[in-house]
Design a protein around this ligand. Sequence first.
Ligand code: SF4
Ligand code: SF4
Length: 56
Amino acid sequence: MAYVITDACAKCGSCADACPMELITEGEDKYVINADECVGCGSCADACPMEAIVEE
Ligand code: SF4
Ligand code: SF4
């Protein structure tokens, strides 16, 4: 199950640091997960202070 980042993202960068696969990059309006490679570990969601990362 892949995770996705919603518009609640405040672009703090914590999720990018938390992903063991380094799948999260800074997008134009929010951070973005490479869903094709996401293993669904949930580390990014746990690290997000805005609760902006949800299971797809
Ligand atoms: S669920 Fe895990 S593998 Fe997928 S983007 Fe988040 S930290 Fe990375
Ligand atoms: S941790 Fe949450 S608020 Fe911070 S960049 Fe990632 S999705 Fe956005």
